[in-house]
Design a protein around this ligand. Structure first.
Ligand SMILES: [Zn+2]
Ligand SMILES: [Zn+2]
Length: 275
């Protein structure tokens, strides 16, 4: 299992990425659902300050302080720079929890920032388009890797071996693999941030575009266009409005037929899903 996700548009959204102990957003109900796993969270990244994405932070901070469990690990909380509502909320939490028995760091993120997760992986924020007056970010998890330079990729094994051993040619180059891209609440993200990624987690609040009154969330039609452009190996659709509960299977089938090379998952608004 890589992900534990709960997401219902307007109510609550959070995504726990287990391999790197990262949480994206902290919607309501998260502490109760994650239980003991909240001690394992090392970093929290906020996409924006809407209440369905931040309400559960107070619970996490408080539960981690009171319940049994290790308190020697610090918690790092990252959020878009200038997100005044998140700053207000943090000040409130600090006022209410004066005697924290573990370290919590709050870090404002610029778009040029890069946060190391380990020696190979790091996180980069990118700007998204959501609500006017509300700063919103999406995030990418990138991994530094080495691969054959383009001119050597089609050579047979023997020739490559010869190049390395006898001719001492440097046939490798550095590149960054896109492990995960997450949109947060947004209109379709710029395709460059999800091109050929392993997993794209993208919101699709509206299956039917005519239900959308203000253009600040993604529709199914827009998402289809984005999949075509980005070609992710796996797509996890989240932040779906619960008015479409009965349409989840139908839409999954439609997308699977249209994009047979992409593994499609849709987070059901009423379920906590493990993927
Ligand atoms: Zn939302
Ligand atoms: Zn929002």
């Amino acid at each position: 299992m890589e992900f534990i996700i709960k997401s219902k548009a307007l109510y609550t959204t959070w995504v726990f990425y287990k391999p790197n102990r990262i949480l994206f957003d902290t919607g309501e109900g998260i502490s109760d659902e994650l239980g003991n796993k909240i001690y394992g969270i090392e970093k929290i990244f906020f996409t924006h300050a809407h209440v369905d994405h931040i309400a559960g932070l107070w619970g996490i901070i408080n539960t981690r302080n009171n319940a049994m469990g290790s308190r020697d690990k610090k918690l790092e909380i990252y959020f878009p720079k200038g997100s005044t509502n998140i700053i207000e909320y943090i000040n409130f939490i600090n006022k209410m929890n004066k005697r924290l028995r573990y370290e919590v760091d709050y870090i404002e993120l610029n778009l040029s920032d890069k946060i190391d997760i380990n020696s190979k992986r790091f996180i980069k924020p990118f700007k998204t388009r959501h609500s006017p007056g509300e700063i919103s970010y999406g995030y990418q998890i990138l991994e530094k890797r080495r691969r054959l330079k383009k001119e050597y990729r089609d050579l047979p094994q023997e020739k490559i071996k010869n190049l390395i051993v006898n001719e001492k040619v440097d046939i490798l180059e550095d590149f960054c693999a896109n492990i995960l891209t997450i949109s947060g609440d947004s209109l379709p993200i710029p395709p460059e941030f999800a091109k050929d990624c392993d997993t794209l987690i993208h919101e699709c609040t509206f299956f039917d575009e005519s239900d959308r009154k203000i253009r600040n969330h993604t529709s199914l039609r827009e998402l289809q266009r984005l999949i075509k452009e980005t070609n992710p190996k796996r797509l996890i659709i989240y932040h779906v409005s619960s008015r479409y509960n009965s349409k989840i299977n139908e839409v999954k089938l439609l997308l699977t037929r249209e994009f047979p090379k992409t593994e499609i998952e849709i987070i059901h608004p009423d379920k906590v899903m493990k993927i």
